[in-house]
Design a protein around this ligand. Sequence first.
Ligand code: SAM
Length: 276
Amino acid sequence: MSGTLYLVGTPIGNLGDFSPRAVETLAAVDFIAAEDTRVTLRLLNHFEIKKPMLSYYEHNKRARGGEILRRLEAGENCALVSDAGMPSISDPGEDMAALCAMHGIPVTVVPGPCAAITALTLSALPAGRFCFEGFLSTAKKSRREHLAALVGEERTMIFYEAPHKLRATLADLRVQFGDDRAIVLARELTKLHEQVQRMTLAEANKYYEENNPRGEYVLLLAGSPPAVKEPAAGDMEQARALVTGYMEQGIPRVEAVKRAAKEAGVPRAELYKATL
Ligand code: SAM
């Protein structure tokens, strides 16, 4: 019987966020695949776990993926962790999960903190619909294309950024989305110096021209206001017919317009004018 791959979330700054189930899982598996074994060793030492590790990161994931797969097929259980947060989210993990899924190896998850979701929760921006955009490319062209594709995006957009690239990113966001768009900078989440800055893009650019970016950042950009839909000529015709029908039933014009505008999805004031 084959073993199981456990995708285990690790703290993004506060070791108190490591769940008892995560500790049990790391203690129970046969080996751990870690993005950086030195970083994970500190976590293991803190929780007094001794476990064989191998490194699994962006540049060895092909070869290592095959090796891990063979061990899972032979019946060993493996926990996969990244340096911080959830595996697969701008971190190694998705390829290993896909490889296991392809070969019928059971995959399960021990969820932990994720900087994107932690920041969104704290941001006070609309969280009902959002999109995760990860890191912007460092290559100018694909970076510009990425941002251009987001013009008109109505959902809250979440980006990861390294401190030394923050100024350039804020400048590019301002060019693409304008001075007045709201941005939230969530810094050092769950750590001693956790900070949330709610600003416009113009204010954020000015602030970071005068202050050095420090620590880890998640950027949350407010979505664009919903586009006002021009009612099609047909919709207005349909709405007028509805008004006529309601008024013939004895319903007063104001109420008839209100109902018809809602049903046909046209602006009430415009419909009222059109029926006079
Ligand atoms: N897999 C991780 C997760 O689930 O959040 C993300 C890993 S990604 C390589 C690292 C980026 O996540 C950082 O550059 C930063 O943008 C964000 N990040 C991680 N920890 C953070 C923290 N404590 N506060 C703010 N941002 C953080």
